[in-house]
Design a binder for this molecule. Structure first.
Ligand code: AGP
Length: 336
């Protein structure tokens, strides 16, 4: 194990630092930067059905669920097809109506999460086209109609309008280098972890594309440092969570520049008015705020999650937690 970890102390740290390469590996053979094209061999035959569908339903648990939330807006923008996002267990509990003209997308990093496999079977029985976004084959779990399998959420973004497509592909091209730049924030995030580790809770706030980033950051902090953390949609802040804020509550607020920036600024003003000390994640050059890196709106979460991963790592180390084996958690949830 020591050899596999290389120069890193933990597998988690290794995974965080290997993200520039893992992004390249995910795009290899799919994104062609020479002619600005995305090719998804496995999906091509199904695209006509997908274009005609009445709605898309994304289904997943945990971090994979957050990936669904993070990509919903770009799907809706580009396809003009309504997308609903479901937590697998709740989707099953509700016996959610599913129809033959639905397209259902299952996200599962492991391909082993039992609830997600059950939901897949349920949707196949209801005749919906079922698409798996996995790192391993889901096909063995079903006998009805083979699922289409591929390995990254980026993948589905193939049917794009040219100007937006070119913008996103340029963003993808720049991504590995930008991730490397964000990783340079490690030392300051270690200092930040030291200043907030004694607090009883850590709130994370954002909106639009960054809501999913906040939920995922909070999950990571809970999962490996056991500190309470909550991701809050900035638009919901005044409807209750604002009552939690006082001068002792650290609030991380994601303020990278996109069309919702002015609205997040107003949430920022509400926090400072309560004398809380906001911790801001923003773009390089934003006045008075520590530097980050800017990309296309729909890809920004891929950069913004990195400081939160690193922060959760340092919080966990500070609290003496084993980041590679969080207590009470299995690697994959294979029982109901
Ligand atoms: C584990 O680190 C994740 N935090 C966990 O929530 C995971 O995403 C969830 O259990 C779903 O797993 P899957 O993607 O393998 O289906």
């Amino acid at each position: 194990a020591a050899i596999m970890k290389g120069k890193f102390d933990t597998f988690m740290q290794k995974e965080i630092y290997e993200q520039p390469e893992s992004v390249v590996n995910t795009m290899r053979g799919r994104v062609n930067f020479d002619d600005n094209r995305i090719t998804l061999g496995g999906l091509r035959a199904y695209l006509p059905i997908m274009r005609r569908c009445r709605r898309m339903v994304f289904i997943a648990c945990g971090t994979s669920y957050h990936s669904c939330l993070a990509t919903r807006a770009i799907f809706e923008e580009l396809t003009e097809i309504p997308v609903s996002v479901e937590l697998t267990s709740d989707f099953l509990d509700r016996k959610t109506p599913i129809f033959r003209d639905d397209v259902v997308v299952f996200l599962s990093q492991s391909g082993e999460t039992v609830d997600t496999i059950l939901a897949l079977r349920y949707c196949l029985e209801h005749g919906a086209l079922s698409v798996g976004v996995v790192n391993t084959l889901l096909v063995r779990h079903c006998r009805v109609r083979p699922t289409v399998v591929f390995t990254s959420t980026l993948a589905l973004k193939s049917v794009l309008l040219p100007p937006r497509r070119n913008q996103i592909i340029a963003g993808l091209h720049a991504l590995p280098g930008q991730i490397k730049k964000v990783l340079e924030l490690d030392a300051s995030l270690q200092q930040l972890a030291a200043t907030v580790s004694e607090n009883k809770s850590l709130l994370l706030m954002g909106r639009g594309y960054q809501y999913a980033t906040c939920l995922e950051g909070a999950l990571k902090i809970k999962e490996i440092s056991y500190m309470h953390s909550e991701g809050i949609l900035a638009g919901e802040f005044k409807h209750g969570p604002l009552a939690l804020v006082d001068e002792n509550m650290p609030v991380i607020i994601i303020m990278t520049q996109d069309s919702l920036y002015p609205k997040v600024q107003s949430a920022f003003a509400q926090i400072t008015a309560r004398k809380a000390q906001p911790i801001v994640i923003c773009n390089e050059g934003d006045e008075g705020i520590p530097a980050g890196v800017k990309t296309v709106d729909c890809l920004q979460g891929l950069l913004n999650i990195i400081p939160l991963q690193i922060l959760s790592y340092h919080l966990a180390v500070k609290n003496g937690c084993d980041v590679d084996f969080p207590r009470n958690l299995a690697k994959s949830v294979t029982v109901e």
